[in-house]
Ligand binder design. Sequence first.
Ligand SMILES: Nc1ncnc2c1ncn2[C@@H]1O[C@H](COP(=O)(O)OP(=O)(O)O)[C@@H](O)[C@H]1O
Ligand SMILES: [Mg+2]
Length: 591
Amino acid sequence: MPTTVMSFESSEPIGRVMSVDTMRVFIHVDDHELLKKVMVGNLIAVQGATGHQFLISIVERVTRLPSDSLGVSEATDDETVPQPEEIQDTIRAVLVGTYRSKDGDAGPSFKRGADSCPQIDQPCHLIQGVNLTAFMGVLSQDVPSEKALRLGHFAIDPTAQAVADGDRFFQRHAAILGSTGSGKSYTVASLLERANTLSHPNIILLDMHGEYASLAKGKDYPNGYAQYFKIAGPGDLVKPKPHSLFLPYWLLNREEMLSMLLDRSDDNAPNQAMRFTSLVLEKKREALERSKLDEVLASFTVDSPIHYDLEALVKSLREDDQAMVVGSSGRDKQGQWHGKLTRFISRLEAKIKDRRYGFLFQSPKATSAYDWLQEIAVRFLSTTKDEQSGIKVVDFSEVPADVLPTIISVFARVLYDVQFWMRSESRTPVCLVCDEAHLYLPVRSDADAVSRRALDTFERIAKEGRKYGFTLLVVSQRPSDVSKTILSQCNNFIALRLTNEQDQSAVKSVMPDSMAGIADILPLLDIGEAIVLGDSILLPSRIKLDKPTATPLSLTKNFWREWTEKRSDSDAIRAAVENLRRQSKGTELKK
Ligand SMILES: Nc1ncnc2c1ncn2[C@@H]1O[C@H](COP(=O)(O)OP(=O)(O)O)[C@@H](O)[C@H]1O
Ligand SMILES: [Mg+2]
């Protein structure tokens, strides 16, 4: 399709280049009336070195200032001081790219970055009307259709669709940031929906509030398409449902296990860690010997995910803790570990019995089979399973907050490790969507031992995941509370409305310097409106995002309206008390 070319021949320039610094251009506006037409976020084309080259810039600031308080003293001497210069109109704009109305033999093109520096006095034109349409046409033509990820439409031109490069968006981690209620979950849902139109997508969504259950395929939600899993809560231990997911203890590596069990303030902590580690190794070896897995035996480590007998391990710990040995004098004396493991054992036993940790320590027998881990890996890493979508929602909503980071990091690490060990030519890309990331990926200085493990895992994925086709989409309402290491690895940002100043500066700190001015409009964005920045989109711009067809369950209550219309349900309150006792939301009260 031939694209129309921007042309400014028939229009008056809005002003002229007054001064330039590396990324910004200051434009002097002669006509005071024209200034009123310019708004922050508008696009301006600065005439470049040749006739068909324009430097494209985004308006950051529009100012009208009294002109350097024109010689008041002179005015007393000479009453003919020039009056029209009383005010000075300027526009400050940030340079974002270069437009050519023809590029060799090819038609118009746009690329990021200014090819040349704007020259003083060059005419500047506001891009509007047919020129805006022509320019937007060039933007969308630049992303080949097989890569096109439609996000919504541009705020400055509702007729122009905003298309990102889908490869680039997912390739090097991305983040969706915005205050609560700004539209993050809807944005996630609409990205998943777009991905679901592809033949073999693979996105695993970590759902903290159970709000994405409506994206799952099932009779309750006609528009649903995703596969749904839920980490088994205390109520799922006796009769697990088909979607219940267990993460048995033997998946945890040494560090993860110790972060949960060890009390570092205990004098005996180093002894406990040492003994526990060697016993785990021993029990794993015994299990492998029993199954005659010689090849694994030859090379496994304490961290290898191999099922071992936890009961036997506790028994051995207890024996060590009580052991007496024959001393040199022939009399019994306390063994090496005597009394040193007592507290460790009681912490371990408390965890084993705690139903909240049931998904770890009380998982069904089937999960101890050698093949079980392979089945789980296939379930999550395969893009299509029969007729099922490669989009998976994993519901963590019933997982208690204190163990959340551990569980999430074990889940992510196991999948990442499998992806890591896969033959590179067979790997297919996977994206892990980390909703409410501030809950489990905190700033390192604020993290406790458990969260630090989660951080280690995710920071490793953030740093090297790209090489293995495993990337993150971080979603958070508190960007200032999310690990800086992870955010700074993100290459694309969808920044929705952000009201808190600390959060705004967290977002600014990961944006390129030149965009800081544009970030000033973050608190002013409408719901579902975002600034999209990064290498996936040519023009960093304000975009009205699409609404998904299958919407997440709304968590926003209309207080005033519901207080007017909706009576409370006493039975539901009673059922909730039972839920609380049983630690499961599925309770139906018998009437
Ligand atoms: N793109 C959008 N267009 C229009 N309305 C939207 C859009 N995204 C979100 N909303 C509205 O805002 C509400 C909150 O969105 P949600 O995605 O749940 O916010 P968050 O996850 O940021 O808290 C939704 O219930 C919906 O009504
Ligand atoms: Mg949300």
